[in-house]
Design a protein around this ligand. Structure first.
Ligand code: SF4
Length: 709
């Protein structure tokens, strides 16, 4: 495996922003002191030079003083000691072999990384499978696994149906449910969706929280904007009102339903006795508003649905998204520009990590691991037997620690911060027999590691990533900042060769890894590094010369029957609802300045200056009830823990609901979230938990110290 970036050059190199799934192009340079700096990329394909605050600050965390620079092993006193790479590798391989001997290969769990490149994730899933387990997963489990499940089963592909470009050009109505692109996908919102709205498109927002998206279009007072501010966890009844209104008024697309779908009768039966008035009451939204929104969607020439984590992060996440699919299918809003059901993906390569097989149930290209023919096909290239039983998801792996799971290999993820119920996650990690963390910083998870392998960052190496609309793009690095760090790909190959024999994991750089990916994943087969160039290509791209598809399903769905699957769904309330002890509903989300577990964004001076600590949004009526002043510090509690945060009193949030973020370790929202899962997709219910407030906090004692400034 070549150890250096192939793009060691003096001038700026063109790469992709490491934060969100929009996939903005940026340029970076490195000076003689190893400082990496940002330069705009004026004609970048997705963003044409525009970037948000995170993109502009992305390089600030590359050469941060917290970077891991040497391999570390924890000694008998619990202290981390510097060791050579050979010692670290030997320690890892000995322990992985020991765990397999003592407990079978199912005793290990592997975490890929939604921020690492396709090639890194391809290698770690191959390593896990050669080791003997399919228990490999990434944080896609935490954000959109329910969306991917519903889209894949009902339409065929687990990804955005359309592209940002065709949505901008052709959509007349944007139905945005549980998503906040103004905050979380800022350039997609400003560059594409806002442009469409300026040219006349209507926005229907369904969210308990007024947010940056609500305000970004500046059409609040017009009839082209509706905000249905529903109670958290009532998305199914709200969409059922929409669906029933469309049925009652015969606004369905009969031809589309007859020719391209199945299951319409089931939907009609489900809604037969459905009481719209009662449901509207439950949603906390006037019935006539929902009916008007239904009319606007159904009457549009092209209506597009955007779906976010407000939909997916529920125990009924799959059903939430299925109901959006129902809406698109019965009105014929699929298979052409400006339509579809479009999840806005979070991390810069959360789409790609799943696409290349870092999931417990599918091989690269979403090919079913339990299908013997698929396995035989891939085994011909891999030359080893692939385990046939689907593995555990990362949350299941975490739950199994101390029972069936004894060791973890974590590449670049931070489950202590990203999984629900942090206090319990920490306890479980303490029980682990062995854990490897491969990362660029000593994360909150690395505090429990036995061995830490220092990796290079996104800015230092080459590879590919897939953005939210399936565009596969190349990242280019400026070379290493710290000489004794290694690229993820090199580390995985070194460990693979030591575990399975010399030559079993030999790749001469990322392009060679991509070439193997093309052989086993048909959706990438038509792509090469040369073909990707600077523009990238949308998958699926089955054969060399294919242009890739901007939008899916023009000629039919890729389900088994070729038909879109309609399936009526019924309301399932969140697993924890308010009661006397915990009378509020807690919901969580990200803010523009920080990213997920904050590992990178909290090490940016700019981002920390703007938003240095966590906070909670409270409605003025609730603030009055509790006697909370704006800016006062309070204790926010759930049955699982408590955090101390600044209260922000705002009408943006619905009365009875409080809203906080997961980004800050000392006061992360996940100390409170409920560790219950959607049965099929295994996504946790981050979006609804019962909560309570106490106003007893001394302001000086509780501010989160910024990681650095
Ligand atoms: S919108 Fe996303 S990809 Fe673009 S600059 Fe901002 S964080 Fe980076």
């Amino acid at each position: 495996m070549s150890s250096e970036s192939s793009d060691e050059s003096d001038g700026p190199v063109k790469t992709i922003c490491p934060y969100c799934g929009v996939g903005c192009g940026i340029q970076i340079t490195k000076d003689d002191e190893g400082e990496v700096s940002f330069r705009p990329w004026g004609d970048a394909p997705v963003n044409e030079g525009s970037i948000c605050i995170k993109g502009g600050a992305a390089t600030q965390s590359v050469n941060h003083e917290d970077r891991l620079t040497e391999p570390l092993i924890r000694d008998d006193d619990g202290e981390l000691q510097e060791v050579s790479w050979d010692e670290a590798y030997e320690y890892v391989v000995d322990n992985m072999e020991r765990i397999r001997e003592e407990h079978s290969a199912q005793g290990m769990g592997f975490y890929g990384c939604s921020k690492a490149m396709n090639e890194d994730n391809y290698l770690i899933q191959k390593l896990a499978r050669r080791y003997g387990t399919n228990s490999i997963d990434t944080c896609t489990r935490m954000c959109h696994s329910s969306t991917v499940y519903a889209l894949k089963n009902s339409l065929g592909e687990g990804a955005m149906t359309n592209s940002m470009e065709d949505l901008e050009e052709s959509a007349d109505v944007f139905w945005i449910q549980g998503a906040n692109p103004g905050e979380q996908h800022p350039i997609a919102n400003s560059q594409y969706f806002r442009q469409a709205v300026l040219e006349g498109a209507t926005v229907i927002q369904v969210d308990p929280h007024a947010n940056k998206t609500t305000r970004s279009f500046e059409i609040d007072e017009t009839d082209r904007h509706m905000h249905l501010q529903l109670e958290p966890g009532t998305d199914i009844p709200l969409l059922n009102i929409v669906l029933k209104t469309i049925l009652e008024n015969d606004w369905v697309d009969e031809e589309f339903i007859a020719e391209r779908t199945e299951g319409f009768e089931h939907l009609k039966e489900t809604l037969e006795d459905f009481d719209k008035e009662e449901a509207a009451e439950e949603c906390g939204v006037p019935l006539e508003d929902i009916e008007l929104a239904a009319e606007k969607y159904a009457m549009a020439n092209n209506a597009a649905i955007f779906t976010g984590m407000g939909m997916s992060q529920h125990t009924c996440g799959v059903d939430n998204v299925q109901n959006e699919i129902n809406l698109a299918l019965i009105t014929g809003n699929l298979g052409r520009p400006g339509t579809g059901v479009n999840p806005l993906r979070g991390q810069n390569n959360v789409q790609g990590a799943s696409d290349v097989g870092a999931m417990p149930n599918v091989l690269p290209g979403y090919r079913d691991v339990s299908d013997p023919e698929v396995r035989a096909d891939v085994e011909e290239v891999w030359d080893f037997e692939i385990p046939e039983t689907p593995g555990l998801t990362n949350v299941e792996v975490s739950h199994e620690i101390g029972d069936t799971i004894h060791g973890l290999y974590i590449m670049g993820e931070n489950p202590v911060m990203s999984e629900p119920d942090t206090n319990q996650v920490e306890k479980r990690l303490e029980e682990l027999d062995f854990m490897v963390v491969q990362d660029i910083y000593e994360t909150e998870t690395a505090e429990y590691a036995d061995v830490i392998l220092p990796a290079t960052s996104w800015a230092e190496r080459d590879g590919t990533v897939v953005n939210t609309d399936r565009r596969t793009q190349r990242m280019r690095g400026v070379g290493k900042v710290h000489p004794n760090t290694k690229h993820d790909q090199e580390i995985l190959c070194d460990i693979g060769n030591r575990l399975f024999g010399d030559g079993t994991f030999d790749f001469d750089g990322p392009e060679e890894v991509f070439e193997e990916l093309r052989q086993v994943a048909p959706i990438f087969h038509g792509m090469t590094y040369d073909r990707l160039g600077e523009e990238g290509v949308h998958w699926p791209c089955y054969e060399p010369g294919d242009e890739g598809d901007d939008y899916l399903y023009g000629d039919g769905f890729t389900t088994e029957s070729g038909l879109g699957q309609i399936e009526g769904v019924k309301h399932q309330p969140p697993k924890e609802t308010p009661d006397e002890d915990y009378p509020l509903i807690l919901t969580t989300g990200r803010i523009i300045e920080h990213y997920n577990t904050g590992t990178m964004s909290r090490r940016s001076a700019t981002l920390n200056r703007v938003e240095p600590e966590n906070f909670v949004d409270i409605h003025p009526n609730d603030a009055e009830t509790y006697g909370v002043e704006d800016g006062e510090y309070i204790t926010l509690k759930s049955r699982r823990g408590e955090i101390e945060v600044e209260a922000r009193v705002t009408e943006d949030i619905k009365e009875g609901t409080v809203w906080t973020t997961p980004h800050f370790p000392e006061s992360g929202g996940n100390r409170l979230t409920n560790d219950v899962l959607d049965e099929r997709a295994k996504i946790p219910e981050f979006k609804a938990a019962a909560a309570e407030i106490e106003v007893t906090v001394d302001t000086d004692a509780n501010a989160d110290a910024p990681a650095d400034d």
